[in-house]
Design a protein around this ligand. Structure first.
Ligand code: 5GP
Length: 114
């Protein structure tokens, strides 16, 4: 069996995290290096490496991640808005090869993101 990804180890409690939400399909925890007052990673339990590896089979799962983002944003009090981001691949500056949706908020976010 392939080695567990960092985020699978977090899901299994082998690496500690500040978990804010979990269900049968995904987990959500605070980023260790937050880029905004609220910075949460929403991670499917299924270890899909990146956005580029999604298949038709994952369509509902991805929708689920966004609905979780909306719910968590409300729980975090992000009533004035927030941003969700999937970094993908080398030029997208993805560093952890396990699909994750960033949820950022709590300040005015700049655009373009750089
Ligand atoms: P990426 O650059 O792949 O889009 O995002 C990976 C994110 O995971 C980064 O924002 C980074 O700070 C976060 N991260 C990396 N290692 C850990 C960890 O061990 N715990 C937590 N909570 N976040 C991590």
């Amino acid at each position: 069996m392939a080695d567990k990804t960092l985020f699978q180890k977090i899901a299994d409690g082998e690496i500690p995290s500040d978990m804010v939400y979990e269900d049968e399909l995904c987990i959500a925890f605070r980023d260790i290096q937050p880029q905004a007052p609220v910075h949460i990673l929403i991670v499917p339990r299924k270890p899909i490496p990146s956005l580029d590896d999604l298949t038709k089979e994952d369509q509902e799962l991805v929708g689920h991640l966004f609905l979780c983002a909306k719910k968590i944003a409300a729980n975090e009090g992000l009533h004035r808005g927030y941003r969700t981001v999937f970094n993908c691949g080398e030029e997208g500056l993805q560093t952890v090869p396990h699909l994750h949706l960033h949820l950022l908020g709590g300040r005015v976010l700049r655009w373009p993101p750089g």
